[in-house]
Design a binder for this molecule. Structure first.
Ligand code: TYM
Length: 327
């Protein structure tokens, strides 16, 4: 069974990307043949700066390797370098109902965020995602919760293709982690994302001081913040982050101390900042080393493209034969 997942080169990575997806990729690459894709064609569906795109791709590749993606075990490549994905997108477009695309939450959200640029690419984004996955006949797709709806659509497209043209693809399934929905530091009703400003997320490159500074102004359990009630850890955004980086002993101490108002939010935040900084320190160190040799990183992407393309070409020929587009 093949694993596939993707990520956009939009600048810094945040801990939502890390705990929701990348940390799981690193673990699962030991279990499945894995393909990881830097999805530049997805990134251009919203306004962006062409001058910084190549740097962003290089930096994201460095980040992924620093997090533990191993190019010796897994294929790592850039989406636009494998044109078969856009060819398959066109093909899949012809069997995708427009009504399904209109239902996509991310399309509605991004259309609201960028009302000046509601373009066809943004609308078609989930079909390109389906093509990414099906091109490699991947069945295991580790993602954060915001991508689950797109995966459901991919499954539907898969069924429709198989029914219309004969059994070709296997239905992929999404794999989620405990951190599949990391929320904004300043508004726990919203998911953590880069578009809401640096005070709302912790980036993988933040220093221990920055992490603590961002956490000190972060929202906790609203009742505890208003001092109307003792805290309820499960209602606190930061307690959910603790669950990802703190030991069971620490969690117990925090939960009990919070409920009985024996510890203050600041103490809880300090412990969280220390534990997050400890998790990120080895990644930051590795990142510095890797950044010294950009040529090596470019070579990794070139090798990845070559491997990915071989698989993609084989699938596309099979698809075209089934559809009567070639002999
Ligand atoms: P992207 O670049 O928006 O996000 C990359 C991964 O990070 C996860 N993620 C989060 N997880 C938990 N909490 C958060 N706050 C959070 N924010 C982001 C995302 O769910 C994702 O797993 N369309 C995709 C990339 C893609 C793809 C694919 C994924 C393209 N083709 C094929 C899987 C299979 C995207 O834009 O992810």
């Amino acid at each position: 069974m093949t694993l596939f997942s993707g990520i956009q080169p939009t600048g810094l990575l945040h801990i939502g990307n890390y705990f929701g997806a990348i940390k799981n990729w690193v673990k699962l690459q030991e279990k499945y043949p894995s393909i990881f894709c830097i999805v530049d064609y997805h990134a251009i569906t919203v306004p962006y700066d062409p001058k910084t795109m190549q740097d962003k791709i290089l930096n994201l590749t460095i980040d992924l390797i620093a997090c533990g993606i191993d190019p010796k075990k897994s294929i790592l490549f850039v989406q636009s370098q494998v044109p078969e994905a856009t060819e398959l997108t066109w093909i899949l477009n012809t069997i995708t109902p427009i009504g399904e695309l209109r239902r996509m939450t991310q399309f509605k959200d991004k259309s609201q965020e960028h009302p000046e640029s509601v373009n066809m690419g943004l609308f078609d984004y989930p079909v390109l995602m389906a093509a990414d996955i099906l091109l490699y006949k991947a069945q295991i797709v580790p993602v954060g919760e915001d991508q689950v709806q797109h995966l459901e659509l991919t499954r539907e497209i898969t069924r429709k293709f198989n029914k219309t043209f004969g059994q070709t693809f296997l239905e992929p399934k999404s794999i989620l982690t405990q951190g599949s929905r990391i929320m904004s530091l300043t508004d726990p009703a919203k998911k953590m994302s880069k578009s809401s400003g640096p005070e709302t997320y912790i980036s993988l490159s933040d220093s221990p001081e920055t992490i603590f500074k961002k956490l000190s102004t972060a929202m906790t359990d609203p009742a505890r913040q208003r001092k109307t009630d003792p805290g309820t850890p499960d209602k606190c955004n930061l307690y959910h982050l603790h669950k990802l980086v703190s030991s069971s002993k620490e969690l117990d101490y925090i939960a009990k101390g919070c409920q009985k108002a024996q510890i203050g939010c600041l103490e809880c935040k300090k412990l969280l900042a220390d534990n997050l900084a400890r998790e990120l320190a080895p990644i930051q160190k590795k990142r510095k080393e890797l950044a010294e040799n950009p040529e090596k990183i470019k070579k990794i992407l070139a090798d990845g493209t070559e491997q990915a393309r071989k698989i993609a070409q084989k699938t596309l020929i099979e698809v075209k034969k089934k559809m009567g587009l070639t002999d």
